[in-house]
Design a protein around this ligand. Structure first.
Ligand code: ADP
Ligand code: MG
Length: 729
C-alpha cells in the first residue's frame, strides 16, 4: 500500500536541513543595501533633487515633474548598477497580498537605438490594466482604468532584478482601490489632530507619527506533506484532521530550542529582510508545534506595513528554498493555537516623545494620561469598527469560534494605571479641585514612570493591551494587511482627539484654566469609557457574561461584523476624519463581503471533493476488508464462537456506514445550500446567506471525517495526519 501520505513521508525522511551560505559580514554592512534610502539618494541625486524629496517627505507636498525626472534618473542608475533590468509599481489591492507588473527599462530611441530609460512620468504615475482587482463597484469593466501613484514616503527597493516602487492604487475618479491610500490619509489625520493636542503641552511639536511594530506568527510545514494535503494548498488551512495525541499540552515548544532546519530558514529570511531594510530583530518558537514568530524593531506605520507586506512575500519564497511551506493562515489546525499579527501601536512626536509612554515630568505625564484616556474612549466608541477591520473569514476561526477567545474588544491597562484613573475619578469627584489636590494629583502622576517600570503584569488574553509605552492590538490576523486595522485605529483616534480638543477649548473659552479643563474632560472620559477596561481573563466564559452586562458587543459572524463598518460611529470615524468617502467605504464593505463568500465557497468545494473522492472511498475500502474478514470468520468458526469474535468488527462496520452516509448526505445538502446562495446578486446579502447556510457544514462534515480517521487502517488513510504535519521539522 503506497498512499500519497506514505510517499510524502518517505520523501521527507530522506531530507537533511538545507544549509545556508551567507557572506560572513556584520548586519550593518549589508543592511538596506537593496533600498533606495537616504544614503543612496544622497549619492545618486543632485543636491537640489535630494532636498526636494526630503522636503516632500516631511511636509507631504507634491513633487514637481522636473524633480521626479531627477529622482527617476538617479533611481535607475542606482538600480541598474545592482542588476535591475525591470521596474514595477508595487501596490496593495484589496486582495490578500501585493501586486506588481514588471516592465523593462528598455525602449527604442529615435526608432532604432535601444536604450535604458526611466522617466519621472513613469515613476510618478502609471495606468496598469488592472481591471480584475476588486473595486466594490467603483470601476465598471468598461471604465476599468486604475492608476498607481508613487508613495514618496516609502523608499523604492530591489527584489531579484526588479526595482519596486511603492505606490497607491486609485480609480480614474480618484477613489481608493487599495489598502495604502486610506492608511496614508488616516496617518495624516492623526498627525494633524495630535499636533493640536500636543500644543497644550509643548509648543515645539509640529509633527506626530503613528508607529507600528508587528509581531508575525506563522507555521512552517514540510513541502512534501503540504503538497499531499489539497485542503492546505488550496485554502491555507486543514479542513479535516483529528488532533494529534500530543500537541501543545506540555508547552514544550514555546521558546524551545529552534530546530536546525528551521534555524537555517530563519537565518536566510533575516538576511533577505536586512538587505531590504526590514529591521527584523526577534525570533522564537511559538506555543503550537511548528509555530514560530518574527518581529522587527517598530517603524513609522506606513513603512512598517509595507515592510510587513514585503516580508510575507519573502517568507514564502525563502520557505520554498528550504522545502518548507509557510502558513500565514490564522487557524491552519484545529485544536491548537492559531496565528496572529500583534500590532504594537503608538504615537510619537518630532520632539522625540512617545505619547503612549509616561513622561519625564508632571507635564509630560498629563500628556501621557491624555493619550491613554483618549485611546480608551476611542476603543470604547469604536469597538465595532476595530472588530470590522480585523474579522476576516480566516481570522474568524481564531476569534469568536470554538476553542477561540470571544469576539469582544476590551482594553487592558494593568493595575497601576487603572488605580491612577480611579484616583482621579474618585478623589477629585465632580467638584472643582482644590490647589492642594491639584498638587497631590500632579505629584501622583509624576510617579507614573516608576510605577510602570515596576509594573510587569502582562495580560496575554487582552485584545487591546497597554504594554508600557504602546498599545498592542492583538486581534489582528496573521495573514492580513495591517493597514485595515491601522487605518481604523488612527482615523478613530484622530476624530477622538479632535473631539477632546474642542471640549477642552470650550471650557477654556468659558474661563477655566487649561490644566483644570483638561482634567475635567479626562475625568468625564475615564468614567464614560469604564466598560471597555478589563484586566481579567479575556478568554473566560465569565467575561462573556460580564461584557454583555456592560453593554459591550460580541459579534462572531463576519458579515455581521463587516456591516458595522457602516454604523454611525464607524462613519463618523472614517468619513468624519476625511479618510474615506461614503462611496469608498461602501465599496470596501462590498469587497470584503464578497471575499468572505468566496473563501467559504472555496473551502466548501474543497471539503466536498475531498470528502467524496478521498475519504468515502478509503472508508468503504477499509469497511470491505472488515466485511471479508467477518465472512472468513463465519466460515471457520461455529455460530456461537463467531458471534463473540465478530461482534466488535460488526459494530465497526456499522459505524463506518453511518459516518459515510452522514458525509454523503451532508455534502449533498451543502451543495444544495450553495446553489441556493449563488443565485443572490447582492454581495452583502450573499455573504449573510453563505454564513448561515453553508459555513456550518464545514464543521459538521469534518466531524464525521475526523471520526473515520480514528477508525480506518492507518496505512490506508490518504492524507498526512496532524501528528505528521506538526512534528516533522
Ligand atoms: P512581546 O512579545 O513581549 O510583545 P516583541 O519583542 O515580540 O514583544 O514585540 C514587541 C514589538 O513592539 C516590537 O516590534 C517592538 O519594536 C514594538 N514596540 C516597542 N515599543 C514600541 C512603541 N513605543 N510603539 C510601537 N511599537 C513598539
Ligand atoms: Mg507582543
Amino acid at each position: 500500500m503506497s498512499t500519497i501520505r506514505f510517499r510524502a513521508l518517505g520523501e521527507l525522511l530522506s531530507r537533511n536541513p538545507i544549509s545556508v551560505s551567507l557572506p560572513s559580514k556584520k548586519v550593518t554592512e549589508y543592511y538596506g543595501e537593496l533600498v533606495f534610502n537616504i544614503d543612496a539618494m544622497r549619492q545618486y541625486l543632485s543636491s537640489e533633487v535630494f532636498r526636494a524629496v526630503k522636503e516632500a517627505n516631511t511636509s507631504g507636498s507634491p513633487i514637481e515633474r522636473k524633480i521626479a525626472d531627477g529622482v527617476a534618473a538617479g533611481m535607475k542608475a542606482w538600480a541598474t548598477e545592482r542588476g535591475a533590468t525591470h521596474y514595477t509599481h508595487w501596490f496593495q489591492p484589496l486582495t490578500d497580498g501585493t501586486a506588481e507588473k514588471h516592465d523593462g527599462f528598455i525602449e527604442f530611441r529615435d526608432g532604432e537605438n535601444l536604450v535604458e530609460n526611466f522617466s519621472g512620468k513613469l515613476l510618478a504615475q502609471q495606468e496598469p490594466d488592472a481591471s480584475s482587482f476588486p473595486s466594490g463597484g467603483i470601476r465598471q469593466t468598461f471604465e476599468a482604468r486604475g492608476y498607481t501613484a508613487w508613495d514618496v514616503s516609502s523608499p523604492a527597493f530591489i527584489v531579484g532584478t526588479t526595482l519596486c516602487i511603492p505606490t497607491v492604487f486609485i480609480s480614474y475618479t480618484g477613489e481608493a482601490l487599495d489598502y495604502k491610500t486610506p492608511l496614508l490619509k488616516a496617518l495624516a489625520a492623526v498627525d494633524e489632530a495630535s499636533v493640536e493636542v500636543c500644543q497644550y503641552f509643548d509648543k515645539n511639536v509640529t509633527k506626530v507619527n503613528a508607529n507600528l511594530g508587528w509581531e508575525q506568527e506563522y507555521f512552517l510545514i514540510d513541502e512534501s506533506l503540504y503538497q499531499a494535503r489539497p485542503d492546505l494548498s488550496l485554502t491555507g488551512r486543514t479542513l479535516m484532521g483529528h488532533s494529534s495525541s500530543k500537541d501543545q499540552q506540555l508547552d514544550d515548544h514555546y521558546f524551545g530550542s529552534i530546530p536546525e532546519r528551521v534555524t537555517n530558514y530563519m537565518i536566510e529570511l533575516e538576511y533577505e529582510c536586512h538587505r531590504l531594510g526590514i529591521p527584523v530583530k526577534t525570533r522564537h518558537n511559538e506555543v503550537a508545534p511548528s509555530q514560530f514568530e518574527l518581529a522587527p524593531i517598530f517603524e513609522e506605520a506606513n513603512l512598517a506595513n509595507d515592510h510587513n507586506q514585503l516580508l510575507m512575500d519573502i517568507m514564502k519564497k525563502v520557505a520554498r528554498r528550504h522545502k518548507f511551506r509557510v502558513l500565514l493562515h490564522e487557524k491552519p489546525f484545529a485544536g491548537i493555537n492559531g496565528s496572529g499579527k500583534h500590532n504594537n501601536w503608538s504615537l510619537s512626536t518630532d520632539t522625540g516623545v512617545v505619547l503612549m509612554a509616561p513622561g519625564k515630568n508632571p507635564k509630560g505625564n498629563m500628556q501621557f494620561l491624555t493619550y491613554v484616556v483618549n485611546t480608551l474612549m476611542m476603543v470604547y466608541k469604536n469597538q465595532d469598527l476595530l472588530r470590522a477591520s480585523i474579522l476576516t473569514e480566516s481570522n474568524s476561526h481564531r476569534l469568536g469560534a470554538n476553542e477561540a477567545p470571544p469576539s469582544i474588544i476590551s482594553v487592558f491597562l494593568g493595575d497601576e494605571v487603572s488605580r491612577m484613573l480611579k484616583k482621579i475619578v474618585e478623589e477629585v469627584g465632580e467638584r472643582k479641585m482644590t490647589p492642594e489636590e491639584k498638587t497631590a494629583l500632579k505629584l501622583g502622576i509624576g510617579r507614573i514612570p516608576e510605577i510602570i517600570l515596576d509594573n510587569t503584569d502582562r495580560n496575554r488574553t487582552s485584545p487591546f493591551a497597554f504594554t508600557g509605552n504602546r498599545f498592542e492590538f492583538r486581534a489582528v490576523g496573521s495573514s492580513v494587511n495591517n493597514a485595515a486595522a491601522m487605518t481604523a485605529i488612527n482615523a478613530a483616534m484622530a476624530v477622538q482627539l479632535k473631539e477632546f480638543k474642542s471640549k477642552v477649548d470650550r471650557l477654556i473659552e468659558g474661563g477655566i484654566k487649561k490644566d483644570e479643563a483638561i482634567f475635567q474632560i479626562l475625568k468625564k472620559f475615564i468614567i464614560e469609557s469604564r466598560p471597555i477596561r478589563f484586566n481579567g481573563d479575556g478568554y473566560s466564559d465569565d467575561w462573556i457574561i460580564e461584557a454583555e452586562k456592560r453593554g459591550l458587543t460580541n459579534i462572531t459572524s463576519v458579515p455581521e461584523s463587516l456591516s458595522r463598518y457602516l454604523s454611525e460611529q464607524s462613519k463618523k470615524s472614517l468619513i468624519g476624519s476625511g479618510v474615506m468617502t461614503e462611496k469608498e467605504l461602501e465599496a470596501r464593505v462590498d469587497v470584503e463581503m464578497d471575499k468572505f463568500t468566496m473563501k467559504v465557497q472555496i473551502e466548501s468545494r474543497v471539503l466536498g471533493d475531498l470528502a467524496i473522492n478521498h475519504i468515502v472511498p478509503t472508508a468503504v475500502a477499509y469497511q470491505t476488508k472488515l466485511i471479508t474478514n467477518v465472512q472468513g470468520l463465519r466460515d471457520i468458526f461455529d455460530k456461537e464462537e463467531f458471534e463473540t469474535l465478530a461482534g466488535a468488527r460488526k459494530s465497526l462496520i456499522k459505524d463506518i456506514s453511518e459516518h459515510v452516509s452522514s458525509i454523503k448526505a451532508k455534502v449533498k445538502d451543502m451543495i444544495d445550500a450553495r446553489k441556493e446562495c449563488n443565485i443572490i446578486k447582492d454581495h452583502t446579502e450573499k455573504a449573510f446567506a453563505y454564513d448561515s447556510k453553508v459555513f456550518p457544514y464545514l464543521n459538521d462534515i469534518r466531524y464525521h471525517i475526523d471520526k473515520l480517521e480514528l477508525i480506518v487502517d492507518n496505512e490506508m488513510w490518504p492524507l498526512p495526519k496532524y501528528r505528521e504535519l506538526l512534528f516533522n521539522n
